[in-house]
Design a protein around this ligand. Structure first.
Ligand SMILES: [Zn+2]
Ligand SMILES: [Zn+2]
Length: 279
């Protein structure tokens, strides 16, 4: 009998893999409308070994939400910024508010910021590259002033991201979230001492450049993330993603590297606790 899975059906819970930290997720977009739903998402995650998550803002309302969520659940930490595609909303008032939120002790990174050269011209209201660069530079400066890690979103923008980082001077800790670039970019980032966070895309067999790049990343510079509700790992691509799906990605990564998933879980959790300064 065939059981045809609808794209809307959530993936089943994976075998537990502990300890894990989801280095980049979006709990508001996962549907955490109130504290009960927030705790339920984190309970599902904890049941498979995901002990902590960093939930990331993409606009101002989301920045307020992630900060409050981090107060409401001790397993949740926050990152605040305006997403590159929304860089046009970085008014003086928005800057003042993001700065205030960034000072909150449960806000552990400035992100996601960076450059997205895929969406301009494809998405109504998407910030132009020049606007994105200015906002990226401002967030870099904020990361330095708060001494918190800079969390970068890079879509089709390897060279431009490196240009802005070099021109402004990179902060002490830089994290490329959902790293998806080719080996050359991986080498540049590794040499600079930056962290590369891998999402469900490492499980996609057609992500050839990325799968070629991954073995050259030293274990100490690796993080793992869901970027939920997006980028659900193989074989559940298209289904809704949540932090509890992280073990699927870690298993895919272990398979790609020919190593142990348990060891990867330990190392990436230790890395996440170090770079985000988690308790
Ligand atoms: Zn992103
Ligand atoms: Zn994201």
């Amino acid at each position: 009998m065939s059981s045809k899975r609808s794209a809307k059906t959530p993936p089943p819970a994976p075998e537990p893999l502990s300890p894990l930290v989801d280095a980049h997720t979006h709990l508001d977009a996962c549907g955490a409308e109130d504290d009960t739903m927030l705790h339920a998402i984190m309970d599902r995650a904890a049941a498979v070994g995901v002990q902590a998550v960093v939930t990331v803002a993409d606009d101002l309302a989301s920045a307020r939400w992630v900060t409050r969520a981090a107060e409401a659940d001790e397993r949740v930490f926050a990152a605040v910024a305006l997403h590159p595609t929304r860089a046009g909303s970085l008014t003086d008032d928005a800057r003042t508010e993001i700065e205030a939120l960034a000072a909150h002790p449960r806000v552990v990174a400035i992100g996601e910021t960076g450059l997205d050269l895929y969406w301009p011209g494809r998405l109504d209201g998407c910030a132009e590259p020049a606007t994105q660069k200015e906002a990226f530079a401002w967030h870099i400066d904020l990361a330095k002033r708060t001494r918190k890690p800079l969390m970068i979103h890079n879509r089709d923008a390897d060279d431009a991201v490196l240009d802005v980082l070099r021109a402004e001077g990179a902060p002490e800790t830089v994290i490329f979230h959902c790293f998806s670039s080719a080996p050359e970019m991986a080498h540049t980032c590794v040499d600079a001492g930056w962290m590369l966070s891998l999402s469900g895309t490492v499980s996609f067999k057609n992500a050839r450049d990325l799968r070629e790049a991954v073995p050259s990343i030293p274990a100490e510079q690796l993080l793992v993330e869901t970027d939920a509700p997006f980028l659900t790992p193989h074989p559940y691509r298209g289904a809704p993603n949540e932090p509890y799906c992280l073990p699927y990605t870690v298993h895919a990564l272990a398979e790609l590297l020919g190593g142990s998933a348990a060891e990867l879980a330990r190392v990436t959790s230790r890395n996440a606790r170090r770079v985000y300064d988690l308790p």
